[in-house]
Ligand binder design. Structure first.
Ligand code: GDP
Ligand code: IMO
Ligand code: MG
Length: 424
């Protein structure tokens, strides 16, 4: 069977966790293919809220296998916290969680390097989640990294020490004030590694190929969003992995021809957390209101998310780069009561009107061009059937479908699993 993908189309936090959980009953295997604990995927059901960082969002279903793929970077310390939390909720994760031996490990010193790098950048900082993501992927591409499979090697301790010592020299090189007690951090790290080793490590690309041959269905869960992609995002204000469809191929060992549906998920407006350009950002009461009603605070760092109108230029770009076949629109309920909705349809760029995302979208170069639509007043959060959705909401959705030339097959009207409406 083919591998379906679910990808964020904006700057992350589109609601991937919620929808993966909703779709999991249709799949045998849920596989994360990139990112790491920088992600915060929120799921709500039975009156409870769960936030996952590294563990795939299918873990709450009894019949699905959850795989952490080779493209993911794992911090054993955060991973252990996630496992402890699952155990608290009575989830038997050992029987349904598999880890790729080729996934890279985030060491305590990677986190410190992230902090040192950010501190050295001053105002130009990326606004990273400080989880060590950048330094770990740098060690991966620099061919210095340590992987999950290395934990099974006899020389693991020596290799760990050599890399951590090198990192300490690099931290000193940054010449910034980063306070730390490495002995304490390593104690916590060692304990977490013992927990990690209780899980099943596999050669995941082989496992996935055999599963496909045996007719198993697979959903690849993306982290972050297309505009944070290392190649196609708003560089350098991006994360350090390929968050787009291609990342699923390299992050799982799945060939392009094996990709089936590509679900693209977006909010009915736009948010961003951390630094970097955001053409439709609002600095007024409207933006405040979106953030307030949408409860826009980061699931990993708690930082306030920046809010703005939907950017159709950026969304079209993401649909193209990923080859999206179906769209999922989240948080339509948050826009209830806005008299007028704006959608950015083009940019004024260096005196010209353009309809694509240019190399540089810094605000001094670019001004959004908006079209306006009538908003809806009705509370959507109790609606369960597409036939009850208000006309203005349907107008908004149908307008986006036309512009993006892709059907919007699911709309989400609240954070709970049940607040999900299937369109045709
Ligand atoms: P992810 O990183 O893409 O999984 O998204 P996050 O979990 O970081 O952020 C999405 C937030 O929106 C979470 O707090 C969700 O509970 C919430 N959420 C998801 N879908 C909806 C929706 O349709 N309406 C509302 N109001 N909240 C939603
Ligand atoms: P999910 O999967 C939103 C942002 C950070 C920062 C930049 C680089 O929950 O959608 P990093 O720690 O990766 O080096 O940070 O990327 N960022 C996210 N923003 N959602 C995420 O994940 C993010 N992961 C990273 O805020 O701007
Ligand atoms: Mg998130």
């Amino acid at each position: 069977m083919a591998v379906d993908l679910l990808l964020g189309l904006q700057w992350g936090d589109e609601g991937k966790g919620k929808i993966v959980d909703v779709l999991t009953s249709k799949y045998d295997i849920i596989a994360r293919f990139q990112g790491g604990p920088n992600a915060g995927h929120t799921l709500e059901f039975d009156g409870q809220k769960h936030v996952l960082h590294t563990i795939p969002s299918g873990i709450f279903h009894d019949d699905s296998i959850n795989l952490v793929g080779n493209g993911v970077v794992i911090d054993p310390v955060i991973f252990k916290k996630e496992l402890d939390n699952l155990a608290k909720h009575g989830i038997d994760y050992k029987s349904k969680l598999l880890i790729s031996r080729k996934a890279h490990l985030i060491l305590p010193t990677h986190r410190l390097l992230d902090a040192a790098s950010e501190a050295s950048k001053g105002k130009a900082k990326i606004g990273s989640t400080l989880k060590g993501i950048g330094p770990t992927y740098m060690d991966k591409t620099g061919r210095n990294g340590l992987r999950v499979g290395d934990l099974e090697m006899a020389d693991w301790q020596d290799r760990y020490r050599a890399l951590a010592d090198k990192h300490e020299k690099m931290i000193a090189f940054y010449d910034v004030d980063v306070q730390y007690d490495l002995k304490e951090l390593e104690k916590e790290f060692r304990t977490a590694i013992e927990t990690l080793k209780e899980l099943t490590f596999i050669d995941s690309e082989d496992y996935l190929h055999k599963s496909m041959k045996n007719g198993k269905s697979i959903l690849a869960e993306g982290a972050q969003g297309s505009l944070l992609d290392i190649d196609f995002g708003t560089y350098p204000f991006v994360t350090s992995s390929n968050t787009t469809a291609a990342g699923a191929c390299t992050g799982l060992g799945v060939a392009p021809r094996e990709i089936g549906e590509a679900f693209g998920i977006f909010k009915a407006y736009t948010t961003r957390v951390g630094s970097g350009p955001f053409p439709t950002e609002l600095f007024d009461e409207t933006g405040e209101k979106m953030g307030r009603i949408g409860n826009e605070f980061g699931a990993t760092t708690g930082r306030k998310r920046r809010c703005g109108w939907l950017d159709l230029v950026a969304l079209k770009y993401a649909v193209q780069v990923n080859g999206i076949t179906q769209l999922i629109m989240m948080k339509g309920d948050v826009l209830s009561g806005f008299d007028t909705l704006k959608v950015c349809t083009a940019y004024k760029y260096k005196g010209e009107t353009i309809d694509h995302l240019p190399f540089n979208i810094e605000p001094e170069n670019l001004e959004p061009v908006y079209t306006e639509m009538k908003g809806w007043k009705e509370d959507l959060t109790k609606m369960t059937d597409a036939s009850t959705l208000p006309k203005e909401f349907n107008d908004y959705v149908e307008y986006l479908e036309r512009e993006l030339e892709t059907p919007i097959t699911i709309v989400s009207v609240g954070p709970d699993r049940s607040q999900t409406i299937q369109r045709s």
